[in-house]
Design a protein around this ligand. Structure first.
Ligand SMILES: [Zn+2]
Length: 99
């Protein structure tokens, strides 16, 4: 199958997924509170409150700081990748500096 066909299929699927949410134009921060889980590569996992941004280590369904009740939890792996790449960079640093 040619690559452009996959792109069209992907675009259609994305359209269907986002079309299901009626208020997709509004930012998600105005909706229900949710917990953002941040897996860490170097340290313990953290969770973040979508309302006040508090960080905590427990996987609780209620914010320890502002008391918001989380309906759902999403995972944000950005920090895991950042730390993972930093760890890789450290190994390669000597090569980079030797330019
Ligand atoms: Zn909070």
């Amino acid at each position: 199958m040619p690559a452009w066909l996959w792109i069209i299929i992907g675009a259609v699927l994305l359209g269907l997924l986002s079309g299901n949410k009626g208020n997709s134009r509004k930012s998600s921060s105005s909706g229900k509170p949710f917990r953002i889980d941040h897996p860490h590569y170097m340290s313990e996992d953290e969770s973040e409150c979508s309302v006040c941004g508090a960080r905590f280590r427990e996987k609780v369904m209620e914010c320890p700081r502002c008391g918001a009740r989380f309906g759902t939890a999403t995972e944000n792996q950005d920090e895991w990748y950042e730390e993972f790449e930093e760890e890789c960079d450290m190994d390669e640093e000597e090569e980079e500096e030797g330019r």
